[in-house]
Design a protein around this ligand. Sequence first.
Ligand code: HEM
Ligand code: FES
Length: 769
Amino acid sequence: MAGQCPIATDATSPTGCPVSARASAFNPFEGEYQIDPAEALRWAREEEPVFYSPEIGYWVVTRYEDIKSVFRDNILFSPAVALEKMTPSTPEAQSILQKYGYAMQRTMVNEDEPDHMARRRLLLDDFLPENLAKHEPAVRALTRRYMDRFIDRGHADLVSDIFYEIPLTVALHFLGVSEDDASELREFAVAHTLNTWGRPTPEEQLEIAENVGRFWQTANRILDRMIANPDGEGWMYETVRQHFKHPDIVPESYLRSMMMAILAAAHETTSNATANAFWTLLSNPEAWDELCQNPALIPSAVEECLRVAGSIVAWRRIATADTAVGGVEIPEGGRLLLVQASANKDPRHWENADDFDIYRDNASEHMTFGYGAHQCMGKNIGRMEMRVFLEEFTRRLPHMRLKPGQKFENLVNISFRGPASLHVEWDPAQNPERRDPAILDKSLSFAIGAPVKDDILRRVTVRAVSDTGDGVKHIVLQDPRGRPLPAFTAGSHIDLVDGGFRRKYSLCGDANDTSSYEVAILREEDGRDGSKHFCDTLKAGDSVQIAGPRNHFKLDEDASSYVLIAGGIGITPIVAMADRLKALGKPYRLHFCAKLQSALPLLDRVERDHAGALSLHLSADGSRLDLDRTLADLPDGTQVYACGPERMLDALEDLSDRWPEGTLHYEHFSGGAGALDPSVEHAFEAELADSGLTVPVAADQTLYEALRSAGVDMPLDCGEGLCGTCEARVIEGDIDHRDKVLTKQERASGERIMTCCSRAKGNRIVLAL
Ligand code: HEM
Ligand code: FES
């Protein structure tokens, strides 16, 4: 358990804490970690989320929030060790490196502040979405040319036939390096990975040192040509020009180290990520087929592949002062291995964390690109390449299949993950372009950057519609092909999308039955949100779209007892919570209120399943729920969950002032955000402390929109201040709160803002982003 010494072995950590048997046995250079790092650390995510590994001398961090919080603070957790050799060079290997004049110093990824941010900002322009779009046609042309070479062959090793080469060519093009130099650079990349993140034997080190030395020399030769003639196009030329303009910020030694590092950063990361994505998709043929039929899903599939099979599975930091991570003490100088692959499967952050779901609309919150001030600058190049590959392959080779019986062979190391080969096969006679050559000219164009969440929608069929209470329709949805839908937890909702309307509804069916989803929709006469449309038009057999499930109203399953309060249609998330508590055998009371009995939706089901815990309160017959009395003496450790009309929730919030913090949890029906009126609003600036950007927010723009257009990957869900997804931490500046998420105390503390709707009161706000 975090913060306590686990069951001990003889080994102790640098803080004197005994090391558990599993932590002692952990070796990232062998066994399960090399095959599936997230699986290898499942025990740690559950039992010992931050542990000391004597084998590597690192503190291993495995949960999403802990990893994000370390990435977030690059002063306390310096990236200085990001490229440190996991296996120190032998004296023999060192003398080989000296022979080549190898003088690698800090580069962007492992530099400390303030140098890092000054350089990053100076060199960021070429990476911005608007400047990357111009590279897409070249990526597409290359992909088509490479595919032409094997399309009629019926089989390929996708790694050696295409995925290794194209990201290298694209990287060279982006950097401005001539393709003639590519052959020399190609052989050295593997050496760099092993040299930095591997565990080579002393003999292997000799060969690696030769290759690294030659890589260094080649990179320097290319750079010398650029310095002599700095007018060329490409990021490296731009860096050289910045060196001439600002030699203090971009010194020559920096140029030399960066030249070598950026090639590795841009090439293998993307080659591996692409091979992993194809491996994952082809191992899930239903997902692959779905993508072939609906290529609009490609951007979200790319993010889901980066989540479940990223090419960087762990990254490193070093603590610059005594501190704690996840409640575990870390001494100054403590090295941290942040296992992003594990964060990407942490069920505390992800619904159905182990499932591969190309409809997962928050997949882009994965940690594969890191986070914060050092977050990958090239992430949108990697994404763009992966999307083009998938677009071309799903159109030209939808019948391609993984060759059975092959093993995922990875270079033994702690950070880079990707198969050495990926064999696929297909019947060339079935190639769609033989029947319809016009498909060759087709292409989709996705906006550069993380996918837009609202575009990620799953098609479902309405199985049944029935009445349940006054003006309420009970709607049952199922997969069109009868496949299971993703599992959901109590309190989850889906977005229902149809006829131009999009609205959130809590799932109120049996969470153990994934053959369908159930929602209950109140037809609101004055509703702006489409409830009338859904209630009046949906009928069995209709096809509609949904997003989710997502859960912003999670049930804490560790409380000792529960009071559940539902007002009218507010029963929908509450009944799912009651189901769960009943299944867990936890004590709970369920108060269900409305004016009239006929306004109690799902009453039959609630009475059937929860009769023993249920109290009905009907104001029309004098049994109105007296919150004051009902909640007067809450036993210690009780949690209150409520959903219903504003009035009821406001009264509960007032009452909750008397309870320990965190006792009350509630969900509103509606938010407070409306369209922005620029004649009423004012513009302001958002300063981003973690990434060093200053983002102007126009009067008719939300803070969220401004952040997104500056290239910051912010999650968004409701877009109207209801769900808490778009939260950011505020370091400085007064907030004009317009959300329904934060409690009174949280608002007063001025430390958090919902970026989708709330704004700065003044001209400036500083965010921890
Ligand atoms: C940094 C992953 C593609 C350039 C990083 C980091 C990771 C990463 C994990 C460290 C983040 C941190 O410390 O918070 C990836 C993955 C890629 C990819 C998974 C492909 C799928 C690229 C490409 C380029 C690139 C194509 C360049 C063309 C960089 C640079 C940094 C970086 C310059 C250093 C940023 C800084 O420290 O400020 N990348 N990368 N990456 N990446 Fe990428
Ligand atoms: Fe839901 Fe902002 S996105 S509160």
